[in-house]
Design a protein around this ligand. Structure first.
Ligand SMILES: [Zn+2]
Length: 385
């Protein structure tokens, strides 16, 4: 009962922002005396702090504002992607405490070596910002913590990803990267808590995360929303999954780079940071390079064709584009909207993610922190309190 009440106070602060005890009592339906006692305990657990005064104008003694504590308890998101590793630390107040990304040709390495590097990056983050848990984003289908499908990282099938982080002695979850990105879009930012949202991310693979009625669509084997392998095109370009005609072969990063640059062009060097390479694509497009512009127009049209299928199936209030689709969005939105508008009656809202390539790690850190919001007593009382 008490842990549920502590959780209700935390949720109120997370969803509605800093407030006075009286406002917390009104928001949770608890008495002011109970709220005061709960706030005291949450302060002792380092989860909330008391700061500024309620703005003037209210009658009587000014109330002290209670807010989520920006220090202390953190969650860590880790992303293993085809061409980079990333780590992000989020505190309970939703502030990013640390983030890092390194370019890595993951497909060329053994999973054990990649896991060792990812684990070392995570340990460094945990040493600086002690965390309650870790969630690892992986570009494929995951059951439990074992990779079941990984079209772009085939040698990972059967790998227990969580086992690679055992040295940390922290709870480690593993989830699909696009699903975590969709949760990141849904948990914060301009589209927070839109009940029906489709997230599409363009990287080497094309991932999708679908939230319907406020719930993440997982499907019977966790592959729900894995849209990159929709058989959408008659083309014979081979996909990493072994089939041909997948949507990813038309709009994935490889398709863009192949169309925009010849082999040997620095754009196609997987050892270079992806954002730098994409910035160069954007520069070429702004300079009016015909080949780059044609490649981007084709990607935009291909995106619209597939988005029309998803819009017809899920009727989302918003379609959020992430990954490279967001970084090059200014060149993709017009052809995309045109192709989409020709295929669905209602031109749905397509927007660009503002989280960039941090969406999956941010969603992972958010998920890693959830046990704290479910049961705040899992965080120990501070010795100095
Ligand atoms: Zn495929």
């Amino acid at each position: 009962m008490r842990s549920a009440n502590l959780a209700a106070v935390l949720a109120c602060l997370r969803d509605d922002g800093p407030r006075s005890r009286a406002q917390l009592a009104a928001g949770t339906g608890l008495t002011k005396a109970t709220v005061s006692s709960l706030v005291g305990e949450l302060v002792d657990r380092g989860l909330v702090s008391e700061g500024g005064l309620l703005r003037p104008g209210s009658v009587g003694r000014p109330g002290t504002l209670v807010e989520l504590a920006g220090r202390g308890t953190c969650g860590i998101g880790v992303e293993i992607n085809v061409d980079y590793l990333a780590v992000l630390v989020l505190d309970v107040a939703g502030e990013v405490r640390r983030q890092a990304r390194v370019a890595l040709d993951t497909a060329a390495l053994e999973p054990a070596e990649v896991l060792a590097r990812a684990s070392a990056m995570t340990a460094a983050a945990h040493a600086e910002h002690p965390a309650v848990g870790v969630t690892v984003a992986f570009p494929g289908g995951v059951q439990g913590s074992v990779v079941r499908t990984a079209p772009n990282l085939p040698r990972w099938v059967g790998t227990d990803v969580a086992a690679g982080f055992a040295e940390l002695a922290l709870p480690v979850r593993v989830a699909n990267d696009a699903d975590l990105s969709a949760l990141a879009e849904w948990s914060a930012g301009p589209h927070a808590h839109v009940p029906d949202l489709v997230y599409l991310t363009g990287e080497v693979g094309v991932g999708g995360g679908v939230i319907t009625g406020g719930q993440l669509l997982r499907g019977s084997t966790g592959l729900g929303g894995e849209v990159g392998h929709l058989a959408l095109t008659p083309g014979d370009a081979a996909c990493g999954c072994g089939r041909t005609g997948c949507w990813e072969t038309v709009v994935g990063l490889a398709a863009l780079l192949r169309a925009a640059a010849d082999p040997g062009d620095p754009l196609r060097d997987p050892g270079r940071d992806l954002e730098d390479r994409l910035a160069e694509v954007a520069d070429r497009a702004r300079d009016g390079d015909a080949r780059t512009l044609a490649a981007l127009a084709d990607i935009g049209t291909g995106l619209g064709v597939g988005a029309a299928v998803l819009v017809s199936l899920f009727d989302p209030a918003v379609v959020v584009l992430g990954g490279y689709f967001a970084q090059l969005g200014e060149f993709l939105l017009d052809p995309l909207t045109q192709a989409l508008g020709a295929r669905v009656a209602d031109p749905h809202r397509v927007v660009l993610s503002t989280l960039g390539f941090t969406a999956a790690v941010r969603g992972g850190a958010h998920v890693a922190l959830q046990p704290v919001f479910t049961d705040p007593t899992t965080v120990p009382l501070e010795a100095s309190a």
